[in-house]
Design a protein around this ligand. Structure first.
Ligand code: HEC
Ligand code: HEC
Length: 351
């Protein structure tokens, strides 16, 4: 089958590609983008209706529910109006919107700078602290176990299908192993898969993270981006980037302001937002912007105030130097006379 061959070949070959060396000890480290082939087929997870009955299936279902309606944790673990699926589109299944199946196989991951290994659940904690402007649930909590179980199920079901084992149920794992992730020799693959999904290259599944986007011809410009925003984005995300709620529940996610991702989140970087936006926005309309417009609008939304970086030391310049040294973001920089981060909204879950 064609799809299998493409994916298999890439799973095995991409191991040779280089790996980003610039690790940042903040759990929001930049994942290297991937070149995108025009005729690429991507991994297909199992349909959600195939989640099994029983206690393991219940964990997977719970993880799915938390992923698409993370607002049920608002005030406890979530400090803004976002849901995981707002960025990890199609409930974490969409290639190049940082899909959970590819992420699951990429952890545990070693990080050079702090010289330690992060499990999959620890990576989820990072998105709670920054993208959700919240306070991460503890390791072994039902929430982290459930979200790990859901991600594992997306990966393993799709792998079994890919290799002709459609009838085989996804093997159950202990809570500990579920939170670890698949990039470890102790992660047991069903027999025949062991020979095919090699250790090398597990962090490079095609479709992981975001697709590479050409550098813009001109330096990204918030001024030009404002015009792109008015034309293509504000109809859904609001004139002030505030998104939209219905009967108190967010239906369109905010892009800046008190209810958005904070200054430590991966999406605050102009390059990360540009790749996401180029590929995925305006939602449902396919690729509509040219690369320059994607860079410009990313510069616009990411040069507005948002919640403070939770690592804030009390000193903006110091925090910027320590945690934002060479990132492509506006934290600590001045745009339109405003030094960003100086009027940031509170970080974390507010009482
Ligand atoms: C048709 C409505 C619509 C339009 C137009 C649109 N978006 Fe979105 N956008 C959405 C929705 C809905 C989501 C969340 C997707 C989900 O949950 O499946 C989203 C998610 C996002 C996110 C990630 C979540 C967040 O809040 O940070 C960003 C960033 C984003 N959009 C930027 C843009 C930009 C920039 C434009 C204009 C180029 C744009 N969008 C146009 C509806 C839209
Ligand atoms: C505002 C957008 C946004 C939201 C909301 C968000 N994330 Fe993320 N997430 C990202 C970005 C961007 C990355 C890629 C990290 C980078 O390059 O900085 C990422 C990376 C990840 C990764 C690692 C992906 C990989 O391939 O290594 C996992 C796992 C993850 N997020 C889980 C979650 C979960 C679970 C939630 C909800 C609790 C969530 N995220 C909410 C933007 C978001």
């Amino acid at each position: 089958m064609k799809i299998d061959k493409v994916c298999l070949a890439l799973l095995l070959c991409v191991a040779q590609l280089g790996h980003a060396e610039d690790y940042v000890p903040d759990m929001q480290e930049e994942i290297s983008v991937q070149p995108k082939a025009a005729d690429m087929h991507y991994f297909v997870p199992r349909d959600l209706t195939q989640i099994p009955q029983g206690s393991f299936g219940d964990k997977v279902r719970k993880g799915y529910e938390l992923f698409v309606d993370t607002q049920q944790l608002k005030g406890r673990y979530v400090g803004n109006q976002l849901n995981c699926t707002n960025c990890h589109l199609d409930a974490g299944a969409k290639a190049y919107a940082a899909p959970m199946w590819a992420a699951y196989l990429a952890y545990p991951a070693f990080r050079k700078k702090d010289n330690r290994v992060n499990s999959f659940a620890e990576r989820i904690q990072g998105c709670f602290n920054y993208s959700m402007n919240g306070k991460a649930p503890a390791l072994d909590s039902p929430e982290l176990v459930a979200m790990s179980a859901y991600s594992y199920w997306l990966l393993m079901g799709g792998l079994l299908d890919m290799f002709g084992m459609q009838d085989k149920p996804v093997p159950e794992l202990s809570d500990k192993l579920l939170q670890q992730g698949g990039n470890d020799a102790s992660f047991a693959l069903p027999g025949p898969l062991n020979d095919r999904v090699k250790m090398a290259g597990r962090d490079k599944m095609p479709g992981r993270a975001f697709a590479a986007l050409a550098k813009p011809a001109q330096e990204p410009s918030p001024e030009r981006g404002e015009k792109v925003y008015a034309e293509y984005c504000s109809v859904c995300h609001g004139a002030q980037g505030e998104g939209r709620t219905m009967a108190g529940a967010p239906v369109l996610p905010p892009l800046w302001g008190a209810q958005s991702y904070n200054w430590g989140a991966g999406m605050h970087r102009v390059n990360t937002a540009a790749t996401f936006i180029f590929e995925n926005m305006p939602l449902g309309k396919g690729v509509q912007l040219n690369p320059q417009q994607a860079w410009d609008v990313a510069a616009f939304i990411n040069s507005r105030e948002r919640p403070q970086d939770p690592r804030y030391t009390g000193d903006l310049a110091g925090t910027a130097a320590k945690f934002h040294g060479d990132d492509e973001g506006y934290y600590g920089k001045t745009v339109d006379g405003v030094t960003l981060g100086s009027k940031a909204y509170p970080a974390g879950v507010q009482p």
